[in-house]
Design a protein around this ligand. Structure first.
Ligand SMILES: [Zn+2]
Length: 343
């Protein structure tokens, strides 16, 4: 921590000027492995600071609180973080680099185009996964970023990752308040593919207001719908993040994260290989079962995501734990909240 980050903090908290800094540590970075096509590759993940998401309305999202500096300083801020990453990971070889902001890398009002170019220059020769809302994805811009990245080393220099969450517009609107339609995602996927990029869809398992059974059905339909349009599909079992609308419902016992049984069942029955990172798995705020069997299921989900070995899921799903009966009962008997039809 010490020694870098020359940013001058004028007041604690909100107003920061980044103009004069040379290095700035990103919000988070970590290394790992990811499944990319048929291979398991070494991965670097970088969460960068930006002025923040321009939408900031999603009911379950706490990343909307991440706002760093002003748009005028955003290019310098991104460049300073890239400098930190280059120094920190010098000499380490990653084939796949995933870059997230707490918003959209292709939003020019969050990440200036020159800053996105700098990200692409930094990771030239690698496969970059860049997350963005779909309304910012246009063929020409994706082509430009691909051209900067591509030095002939990898087949696919760029994946556009979109938090589609569900293919059901009503669920995305009412349960999430995401503010775009499936049609906008489909357009973005076509644009990205036409520009030579791949597409990754993130789906959210069990947003607000859905029963366990409704959430399971929504995810199964979403995977089937999106599979022809996305090269990679990942489902995120919902977790209760702090300072969110979802948290308030959860505190009043009006929300429960999905059962891990549901997660395993969905992955097991999904036709394409779908990955899942059960963040907070086994905890009250994350996808969980009874507390006894959680670890084994979380391990199986993680293994399957990496290896695509279905036998691992078959084994986990057959685990004899009493809470499986509870889950089956919930699937059958839980009823959706009812709103009055008239006043
Ligand atoms: Zn159990």
């Amino acid at each position: 921590m010490a020694g870098h980050g020359r940013n001058i903090s004028i007041t604690p908290g909100r107003i920061k000027r980044f103009t004069f800094m040379r290095e700035e540590k990103p919000l988070a970075t970590w290394t790992g492995t990811d499944r990319l096509g048929d291979r398991v590759v070494p991965t670097l993940t970088v969460i960068i600071k930006t002025p923040g998401c321009s939408w900031r309305r999603c009911r379950m999202c706490s990343y909307s609180h991440e706002q760093h500096g002003r748009i005028e300083d955003a290019e310098a801020l991104v460049r300073a973080q890239l400098a930190w990453v280059r120094r920190e990971y010098a000499g380490r070889d990653f084939e796949f680099v995933k870059v997230f902001s707490s918003g959209s890398l292709f939003d020019p009002n969050e990440v200036p185009p020159a800053a996105l170019d700098a990200i692409a220059e930094t990771f030239r020769g690698k496969t970059l996964l860049a997350e963005t809302r779909p309304e910012f994805v246009g063929r020409e811009r994706v082509e430009e970023v691909c051209a900067i990245l591509d030095d002939g080393t990898v087949d696919r220099p760029l994946y556009i990752a979109v938090g589609l969450e569900t293919t059901n517009d009503r669920v995305r609107d009412k349960s999430i308040d995401k503010g775009f339609s499936y049609a906008v995602f489909l357009h973005a996927a076509r644009e990205a593919h036409a520009a030579g990029a791949g597409v990754k869809a993130y789906l959210l398992h069990k947003p607000l207001f859905l029963t366990e059974a409704e959430a399971l059905g929504d995810m199964q339909r979403s995977i089937a719908d999106v599979a022809p349009h996305a090269d990679l599909v990942s489902m995120n079992p919902c977790t209760v993040q702090r300072r969110t609308e979802l948290e308030r419902y959860w505190q009043r016992r009006a929300y429960r994260p999905p059962y891990l049984w549901s997660v395993v069942k969905i992955l097991l029955e999904a036709e394409p290989h779908v990955t899942a990172d059960p963040l907070g798995g086994g905890r009250h705020r994350g996808p969980h079962n009874c507390g006894e069997c959680d670890h084994e299921l979380v391990d199986a989900i993680r293994d399957y995501s990496l290896t695509a070995d279905r036998s691992r899921l078959v084994e986990a799903f057959a685990l004899p734990c009493d809470c499986k009966r509870e889950w089956e009962f919930v699937l059958e008997n839980e009823r959706p909240y009812s709103m009055p039809l008239t006043r």
